[in-house]
Ligand binder design. Structure first.
Ligand code: ADP
Ligand code: TRP
Length: 341
């Protein structure tokens, strides 16, 4: 039995931050060890909200470089750019012909644009409206078994399943019906201000593509802490610094960090030793991040300086992806009568 096939897409919207790393990149790399893995950069989806040309180009490279720098093996995982696989938008057209407009009107991507982004029906572009159709094609073009996504994408996977079921009902058993895998356990990583770390809150820590100085001063240094007086015990319970430290330190290191913080002293057993305040705690976190990501940071910079190499890797990935998608698209085109047998 081949391993189950897992597929997921990432929108190229900036250099991934620590929340993306812990919530998406690391779990996907882990999953690739036991699954036949397809991972792609959803650049066509990114276009549904306006991007500046240079930004989209830059972000696509940044996302590719970040995933590889963090350990994705492009030999093992089929890693590609969505737009390099024209079979996907072609399948999307066919799926658009079996999905109902009413269902798409209830999709999050569209409702969110109307409700939260303040757009009117006149202003919403068709790409955004049919976002779930393209996403269904992303998934169905590869006979995917499992789609690991955040809770916000669950409904889109449901629409994908509906598309597969309707096509199968009309034309026989043509497409594999995938399942979503929602990992409830994935924690929400806090950002500089204690809210969920997110691009949209501008509260992120980016360990890649950031100089040491900026990482220390503009990111770790900007984590909001309480105003405990220097030398007094620090309360670590709801501290972002302590939470992030715990995510990256081994048990022994973390225990020492906590003992120091709770004593407010560098040497927790010596009340006359130097004070351990939030400044020192942040320096410890900064050192820990540097140590943990030293290799990844260097690899990211190396890749970003050699974009031809990233192009090559993505091109190779696209060839492998197209080999699979073209077979499945042919099956669909034949079943629907677009192609004779
Ligand atoms: P952002 O909120 O910065 O725009 P995205 O929505 O593009 O991030 O998220 C991309 C992936 O990273 C998703 O799988 C999402 O679940 C994960 N992710 C983003 N922020 C966090 C966070 N703070 N904690 C855990 N996972 C996160
Ligand atoms: N819509 C997803 C997001 O916003 C990205 C995505 C596009 C995707 N196509 C996909 C995820 C296919 C899983 C499978 O995060």
């Amino acid at each position: 039995m081949p391993n189950p096939r897992v597929l997921t897409g990432i929108k190229p919207t900036g250099v991934p931050h620590l929340g993306n790393y812990l919530g998406a990149i690391q779990p996907a790399i882990e999953l690739a060890k036991t699954h036949d893995s397809f991972l792609f950069i959803a650049d066509l989806h990114a276009l549904t909200t306006f991007q500046k040309r240079e930004q989209l180009i830059e972000d696509t490279y940044a996302v590719a470089a970040a995933w590889i720098a963090h350990g994705l093996d492009p030999e093992k995982v089929v890693f590609y750019r969505q737009s390099d696989v024209p079979e996907i938008p072609m399948l999307a057209w066919v799926l658009g012909c079996v999905l109902n407009k009413g269902l798409l009107e209830r999709a999050h991507s569209y409702k969110d644009a109307l409700a939260n982004k303040g757009l009117t029906e006149e202003e919403v572009n068709m790409g955004l409206f049919s976002y779930p159709v393209l996403m269904a094609a992303d998934i169905l073009a590869f006979d995917t078994d499992v789609v690991p996504v955040g809770k916000d994408q669950q409904q889109h996977v449901e629409i994908c399943r509906e598309a597969a079921r309707k096509l199968n009902l009309a034309y026989g058993d043509v497409l594999k019906v995938p399942v979503a895998r929602i990992d409830e356990k994935v924690m929400t990583i806090p950002g500089l201000d204690g809210r969920k770390m997110s691009k949209s809150y501008d509260n992120t820590i980016k360990v890649l593509g950031t100089s040491e100085k900026d990482l220390q001063k503009k990111m770790v240094g900007k984590i909001i802490c309480d105003s405990t007086e220097l030398g007094q015990p620090l309360s670590t319970e709801s501290s972002t610094v302590a939470q992030l430290y715990a995510l990256f330190a081994d048990q022994t290191k973390n225990d020492l960090f906590l003992r120091r913080a709770h004593a407010g002293r560098i040497d927790p057993d010596d009340a006359s030793s130097e004070a351990f305040g939030w400044g020192t705690a942040k320096k410890e976190l900064f050192d820990l991040l540097l140590e943990r990501f030293r290799r990844d940071r260097a690899e990211y910079d190396r890749l970003m300086a050699d974009r031809g190499h990233i192009d090559q890797l993505l091109q190779k990935g696209a060839e492998r992806a197209r080999a699979v998608a073209s077979t499945i698209l042919a099956r669909v085109l034949t079943a629907t009568g677009i192609r004779p047998l």
